[in-house]
Design a protein around this ligand. Structure first.
Ligand SMILES: Cc1cc2nc3c(=O)[nH]c(=O)nc-3n(C[C@H](O)[C@H](O)[C@H](O)COP(=O)(O)OP(=O)(O)OC[C@H]3O[C@@H](n4cnc5c(N)ncnc54)[C@H](O)[C@@H]3O)c2cc1C
Length: 389
């Protein structure tokens, strides 16, 4: 087993790092302001022009035909630089899903705009009464000529206000067993009949939205997979969502490094915080855990590079990494003391409010992409072959 990156991959890492040092100086947790969003969009367009955004995709779809390891190196460097990928849904979920499940016409139409950062995709899966039990979804689509007519409501749709397209799960056969009456549609967010309503979360931001569909017409040609087989298309998308965890590991490593730096530079009672054996010990423990998270995420990339579909392995990585994100944010809050509670913008805020934001934001990470309880069920049934409860 050789865990090292090749010389060529390391050279690419340096190229990406140097590029980002020049092109990105902001942090990715403040995409709320239009200035910040526009700056991030500009960066993403440059990445798209270089072919880096979806570099593992074939050239005809806007990629470079590069290896998954190169893609991982790119993701890690983006996360370390706190540089955001605005269209994570397109890059990590819709694109790979279409590669497996879409028609050639759909690939040619939808993949290049993702690779060139011309669109933002959002995810329309969850509903008020369908989260963990996603197959209970009720948003209805009825055939009318060459179109489906969609009526219903989605919720928790991240960045719906920025979305150009939504990948949507709808019920097309209410009489069939619930997993077998669902279809998967690609819907233009500017279609007449779509409206959105913000949900303000505890960071004070409106990152999530309710999305309403009132007789929205969607061409049948925008259906991915067979009618009533959308559940199986969604399983592919969800596996890719959990597999994108590598970016979060790199981001979390950066947060931990910021805490190490803080502990080195901050003195209490005449000595650096890092000299306190309890603090040093805790930072060492979290460093071990970050290494574990990285190996788990590298395993998934290694599987993808061999054409294997990550399954319970993605659930293992998602569960471990997201719970580690919470542990680091929690420890950070204790380490920073009372100033750690101040948000970015306050002149007294420690680490520019990074930990304050992480502490609130990471509450959601064990819920999205399927809650960690559900991931544990997947690990038990698919990984350990235990019976369903
Ligand atoms: C930050 C964030 C962003 C999100 N973005 C999107 C998005 O863009 N698009 C989208 O469609 N959705 C999105 N979601 C929604 C997310 O997918 C759901 O919140 C998640 O699937 C859980 O569903 P729920 O909230 O309805 O909770 P419920 O399903 O009601 O679960 C409540 C609790 O019960 C537990 N539970 C439920 N069933 C079981 C079981 N069988 N075994 C053990 N425990 C169980 C759950 O783990 C949870 O703790 C987002 C959520 C968050 C937090």
């Amino acid at each position: 087993m050789d865990f090292r990156f090749s010389e060529e991959e390391e050279a690419f890492r340096k190229e990406v790092r140097d590029f980002l040092r020049k092109e990105w100086t902001l942090a990715d947790y403040d995409l709320d302001t239009p200035e910040h969003w526009n700056a991030a969009k500009e960066l993403e367009k440059k990445l798209g022009a270089k072919g880096w955004l979806c570099m593992a995709w074939p050239k005809e779809y806007g990629g470079l035909g590069a290896s998954h390891m190169h893609q991982l190196v790119f993701q890690e460097e983006m996360a370390s630089a706190h540089a955001p990928i605005l269209d994570g849904q397109g890059v990590y979920m819709v694109g790979p899903c279409l590669m497996f499940q879409g028609t050639e016409e759909q690939r040619q139409r939808f993949l290049p705009p993702i690779a060139h950062s011309e669109v933002v995709w959002v995810q329309g899966f969850s509903e008020p009464n369908a989260g963990s039990d996603l197959a209970s979804l009720q948003t209805r689509a009825v055939v009318d000529g060459d179109d489906y007519v969609v009526n219903g409501q989605k919720t928790w749709t991240t960045r719906a206000h920025r979305g150009d397209w939504i990948h949507l799960m709808v019920r097309t056969d209410p009489k069939a067993p619930k997993h077998r009456g669902i279809s998967y549609l690609l819907v233009d967010m500017r279609s007449p009949g779509i409206s959105i309503n913000p949900i303000v979360n505890m960071t004070g931001r409106a990152d999530y939205y309710e999305v309403y569909f009132d007789s929205v017409r969607v061409p049948k040609s925008n259906r991915v997979g067979q009618e009533n087989q959308g559940w199986y298309v969604a399983l592919t998308t969800l596996a890719f969502e959990r597999s994108a965890i590598g970016a979060y590991v790199a981001q979390t490593r950066q947060v931990l490094q910021d805490l190490v730096q803080f502990a080195r530079e901050t003195k209490r009672n005449g000595q650096s915080l890092i000299e306190d054996p309890l603090i040093g010990g805790k930072l060492a423990e979290l460093t071990i855990e970050i290494e574990v998270a990285q190996l788990l995420s590298h395993r998934i990339v290694w599987m993808a590079s061999r054409g294997l579909m990550p399954n319970y392995e993605a659930s293992v990585a998602k569960t471990f990494t997201t719970e580690l994100q919470q542990r680091i944010a929690n420890f950070g809050m204790h380490l920073l003391g009372l100033y750690g509670q101040l948000a970015e913008g306050s002149k007294w805020a420690a680490l520019e409010g990074l930990i304050q934001f992480q502490y609130l934001w990471t509450v959601g990470v064990t819920i999205y992409a399927g809650s960690n309880e559900i991931q544990r069920n997947i690990i038990a049934t698919r990984g350990l072959d235990l019976p369903r409860g």
